[in-house]
Design a protein around this ligand. Structure first.
Ligand code: TMP
Length: 214
């Protein structure tokens, strides 16, 4: 039996990681006959570590040329991490029949790097989708956690550490990219209204996932 791949996507502060951690208990309870694997991108593997150290690097780019090179480097690191994730975890687990739940996946790269590569690559969103298409494993279902970007930023500001990508204008553009991708593949995406009360969001996410697991 081929497994099932489900991915969770959304801007920073959309609450999907909190939901993912609750699902680690609720899903095995609801479908005790299935084996669940909870994973994420960036991964905790070597490529993911390299990526996180790149993202944590606060040194300012001294020229436009360096900034361009670094943004291409960033895409390459996300792509390498995704390929590593597929090769080491996702494909093996799907072959074993597991249900794989990934907190972020290739759609994050399309949405985020689809913004960072503007001005470097023409139509970056389409370009990234084209690069991934021949080798990516397409999820059976993707939950898009929809929130208003300003609300998400407020939630993030309440936390101590702000990540590199957590700025309002940037987040609005990422959000708009996620909505474009959702519209391109409506059969794969389920939009979760993540502004509802926390318990309802978990319930909606759980329903959308259980619908495709026997
Ligand atoms: P995280 O907060 O979900 O761990 O992700 C770290 C940051 O990296 C977050 O701001 C989203 C961003 N990101 C990308 O820009 N491209 C990607 O492909 C992925 C997986 C994450």
């Amino acid at each position: 039996m081929r497994g099932i791949l489900i991915t969770l996507e959304g801007i920073d502060g959309s609450g999907k990681t909190t939901v993912a951690s609750i699902l680690t208990h609720k899903l095995p309870e609801a479908r005790s006959q299935r084996h669940f694997v909870f994973t994420a991108e960036p991964t905790i593997g070597e490529a993911g570590k390299l990526l996180r150290s790149h993202l944590a690097d606060k040194s300012h780019d001294t020229s436009e040329e360096i900034s361009r090179a670094r943004r291409i480097q960033e895409l390459s690191l996300f792509m390498a991490d995704h390929a590593d994730h597929l090769a080491k975890t996702v494909i093996h687990e799907l072959d074993k029949g597991s249900v794989v739940i990934s907190d972020r996946y290739a759609d994050s790269t399309t949405a985020y790097q689809g913004v960072t590569l503007r001005g470097i690559i023409p139509e970056p969103l389409d370009w990234i989708r084209d690069i991934y298409r021949p080798w990516n494993v397409v999820p059976d279902r993707t939950l898009f956690f929809s929130v208003e970007p300003m609300g998400a930023i407020r939630r993030l500001r309440a936390r101590k550490k702000m990540e590199k990508f957590e700025r309002l204008e940037f987040m609005k553009e990422v959000d708009s990219n996620f909505r474009k991708i959702t519209a391109l593949e409506p059969e794969r995406f389920v939009t979760i209204d993540a502004q509802k009360e926390a318990d309802r969001v978990v319930e909606d996410a759980l329903d959308a996932i259980l619908e495709i697991i026997d």
